[in-house]
Design a protein around this ligand. Structure first.
Ligand SMILES: [Zn+2]
Length: 375
């Protein structure tokens, strides 16, 4: 009898959650009902890996620790994608199949594992909408999971909710939630030498570096680019735009602006009262976040760079007059060493790569007002 959930969770944290390979077929036709077939490959030396009891292969009726853990991950991932597509995605009942002892081979061969899993599932080919999720704890490729852009199969070495939901995101057509920083927070020098993109840098969601929790959502920009629920509204230059908090219930959550092939997205963000994670050096004040897609040199800085969150460092910004405490000692400015993930009321920011400037007029309780003007 093996009890290994802690080992699995550790892998999720240590191994990079990664990757996208080529696309076999479009999976995000909304009329399609998705179905997850989870195939757990079994190590030769651990025939009871998935269950506490000896079970008939392929007809496991009693769940052990690992199998329940896998079922929980599948349930969480499906709930996540149903919520983030605002119910647009439909899922059939998932299927769980355990391979015979010896099917989990120590190798780095994602295609071979998918082929084996497809066969174990009794399929010759994978139908549209079906996702074969094959778990091989002996996968030695070095990733926690591997999905493919608009693909229909997923390799998992660790099978926690974060990894599975993330890889499913790739199958549904999502790229990574990235971030960008230009030296000195100076976005007027906007080029590949001065600015760097962190492929998984967006703290906002699990297509970036967030972990799954019952409250996780995707950034409104991510949702708008794939699900179009809601559509990103076009900004009217010079007019005040009111943008709501990035919740799943309103349509005024994300605005877009295109300029010479670059796309800019604006959404309002208020950190949840019940956060999944709290990184102390991030700005958690209400803020307008700016994400962009393009130019080409930004997406070239990774394998699957998606919408890129613009970040600045508090220490790069002018400190202003020093504030002294009762003893006459200077107090560090409030944003010292803080990563600024957005813009607050009163800020003006010239868009990188476009002659327009963002002016944030207010950041209220649930919505904010901003204007984009020619600069
Ligand atoms: Zn990924």
């Amino acid at each position: 009898m093996k009890r290994l959930p802690i080992f699995v969770i550790a892998l999720v944290l240590l191994a990079p959650v990664v990757h996208a390979t080529a696309a076999p077929k479009a999976q995000n036709e909304w009329g399609t009902t998705h179905k997850i077939i989870f195939v757990g490959l079994t190590p030769k030396d651990q025939p009871n890996f998935w269950t506490e009891n000896l079970v008939d292969t392929a007809t496991a009726t009693s769940d052990g620790e690992m199998l329940s853990f896998a079922k929980e991950s599948v349930k969480n991932a499906i709930t996540f994608w149903k919520q983030n597509s605002r119910g647009k995605m439909k899922f059939a009942t998932s299927k769980f199949i355990i391979g015979k002892a010896g099917t989990a081979i120590k190798h780095c061969a994602s295609s071979a594992d998918i082929k084996a899993a497809t066969k174990i599932a009794g399929l010759k080919t994978i139908p549209i909408g079906t996702h074969i999720v094959v778990a091989n704890i002996y996968d030695s490729c070095g990733y926690a999971g591997l999905g493919s852009q608009e693909g229909n199969a997923i390799n998992l070495r660790s099978f926690g909710s974060t990894t599975l939901a993330h890889e499913l995101g790739h199958n549904f057509g999502f790229y990574h939630s990235s971030s960008m920083y230009c030296k000195g927070s100076d976005y007027t020098k906007f080029n590949a030498t001065n600015c760097s993109v962190e492929e998984y840098g967006d703290f906002r969601d699990l297509m970036g570096n967030e972990d799954w929790c019952p409250n996780t959502t995707l950034s409104a920009t991510q949702r708008a680019t794939i699900f179009h629920t809601p559509l990103a509204k076009t900004i009217k230059i010079g007019a005040d735009t009111t943008v709501d908090e990035s919740s799943l219930v309103t349509d005024k959550i994300v605005y877009e602006f295109g300029y010479k092939g670059n796309w800019y997205f604006f959404e309002y963000y208020i950190h949840s009262k019940d956060p999944c994670s709290w990184v102390t050096n991030y700005l958690y004040e209400p803020q307008i976040q700016v994400r962009m897609i393009g130019p080409a040199w930004t997406t070239a800085q990774g394998n699957a760079v998606g919408p890129i969150l613009i970040v600045r460092l508090g220490s790069d910004l002018p400190a202003g007059e020093p504030v002294l405490d009762e003893d006459g000692e200077p107090i560090l400015p409030p944003l010292y060493k803080t990563t600024l993930t957005g813009f607050q009321a009163g800020e003006v920011f010239k868009l990188p790569g476009a002659p327009y400037k963002l002016t944030v007029k207010s950041t209220g309780e649930t919505s904010a007002v901003f204007t984009l003007t020619k600069s």
